[in-house]
Design a protein around this ligand. Structure first.
Ligand code: XIL
Length: 389
């Protein structure tokens, strides 16, 4: 049964001797209802309005490789069950990034990405592709290689054509360019190999190549800290307006939304998304999680969980209120596999389910908000106990 596995994982985590792992291990699995036992009608995807995609990252690669558990997406059957039952869209958390899909020059490794796309098709889920032009998680052969500008350009073109082409017709949205600006709104001209070596014009080319390879996929710019109207989101606004005036196939702007209860909620999220929608773009929330500073015992208080639920609710409401925001993805759905404790010291509990897949207040906040939006659109879901009050 579950508790034994949790204990095993906890012991393995302790063996790694991270204080955070200890905190996570100490955190009990508060009571709640278990999704796998739930009726089909009591899930997120079921209550979502028609045409609205409620998604999650499919856990695998990246930080998971350093953890004492096998690959979640391929090995954890309970995880896969919840992934299929709850979500209408999946994103590759790491499996389509350069270091995984293109590990050596001239050699692609499609195994994990193929598995995700196949799983999604089987479960009638949309797929978000992530990502093609980024400064991070690139293979060493690329970052350390000694290439001329012409060679690099050919490498990127081949990559985009090959990867986007392989999944043609099966990817709803591609994060073509990820995190190309810093927080001040300056292009990453030093750490992004493509912009550094080839100049900013390469961004438009990436979108053109992706569009050629799959004309129906919606092509996005994606970044963090762009939830509000600020220097960084302004930089995207200006760039995208400019590219579209030139006829470059840019279709969307998305906010990752890695939020923390340490900071206030970005109250102008809806206003910000709306200005991009007014340019004729699709918008999306692509990587939502809401981390918090964990107390010494590792267990969030009811108040902390309520605040977190409120951030989830507000983010979803903002998207639902903006025309053309029809894709809403959380960056993992269970604390069991979240990237947060690994990347943000002392923080965690960022997802909508505990490690044993029981539901947190944040889960119910999403479910109720989706159900209400459906009702507002004339699609009723009468059998929802959590939303009855
Ligand atoms: C993260 C993954 O969740 C981790 O597994 C990995 O170790 C690092 O990357 N912005 C992004 C995502 O665009 O790709 C990142 O994902 C989180 C921040």
């Amino acid at each position: 049964m579950k508790p034994i596995r949790l204990v095993t994982a906890a012991l393995a985590a302790m063996a790694l001797s991270s204080p955070l792992a200890l905190a996570a291990a100490a955190s009990p699995a508060p009571t709640g209802d278990l999704t796998p036992g739930h009726a089909k009608k009591d899930t997120l995807r079921w209550v979502a309005p028609k045409g609205f995609y409620i998604g999650t990252a499919a856990a695998g690669g990246g930080h998971h490789e350093e953890q004492p558990y096998p690959d979640p997406f391929t090995k954890d059957l309970e995880y896969r069950g919840v992934l299929a039952a709850e979500f209408g869209s999946v994103s590759a958390e790491n499996q389509m990034k350069w270091e995984y899909i293109h590990p050596e020059q001239g050699r692609y490794n499609f195994g994990m990405a193929d598995a995700i796309v196949k799983f999604a098709q089987h479960n009638r889920q949309a797929v978000r592709g992530h990502t093609l032009l980024w400064h991070s998680q690139n293979p060493e052969w690329l970052e350390q290689g000694d290439f001329t500008a012409d060679e690099l350009r050919a490498i990127l073109r081949d990559h985009i054509t090959t990867v986007v082409g392989r999944y043609k017709g099966r990817i709803q949205q591609w994060d073509v360019a990820n995190e190309i600006f810093d927080d001040s709104g300056n292009l990453r001209t030093t750490d992004n190999i493509w912009i550094r070596e080839l100049g900013p014009g390469i961004i438009a080319d990436a979108f053109r190549w992706a569009h050629q390879a799959d004309p129906r996929a919606k092509l996005f710019f994606n970044d963090y800290n762009v939830e509000s109207v600020n220097a960084k989101s302004n930089a995207y606004y200006t760039l995208i307006k400019d590219l579209r005036a030139q006829g470059v196939p840019v279709h969307g702007f998305s906010a990752q939304a890695h939020l923390s209860t340490r900071y206030g909620f970005p109250g102008d999220l809806e206003t910000n998304l709306k200005r991009f929608a007014d340019l004729g773009l699709g918008t999306a929330i692509t990587e939502l999680d809401v981390r918090m500073d964990l107390p010494a015992d590792g267990v969030p208080t009811a108040e902390m969980l309520a605040k977190q639920a409120d951030y989830y609710r507000q983010t979803l409401t903002a998207c639902l209120n903006v025309k053309g925001c029809n894709s809403f993805t959380i960056w993992g759905f269970t604390d069991k596999y979240s990237w947060v404790p690994v990347f943000f010291t002392g923080q965690g509990a960022a997802t909508v389910m505990w490690e044993d897949f029981t539901r947190k207040p944040a889960y119910h906040a999403l479910q109720c908000t989706l159900a209400k939006a459906s009702a507002d659109r004339g699609q009723h879901h009468p059998h929802l106990p959590a939303c009855a009050k």
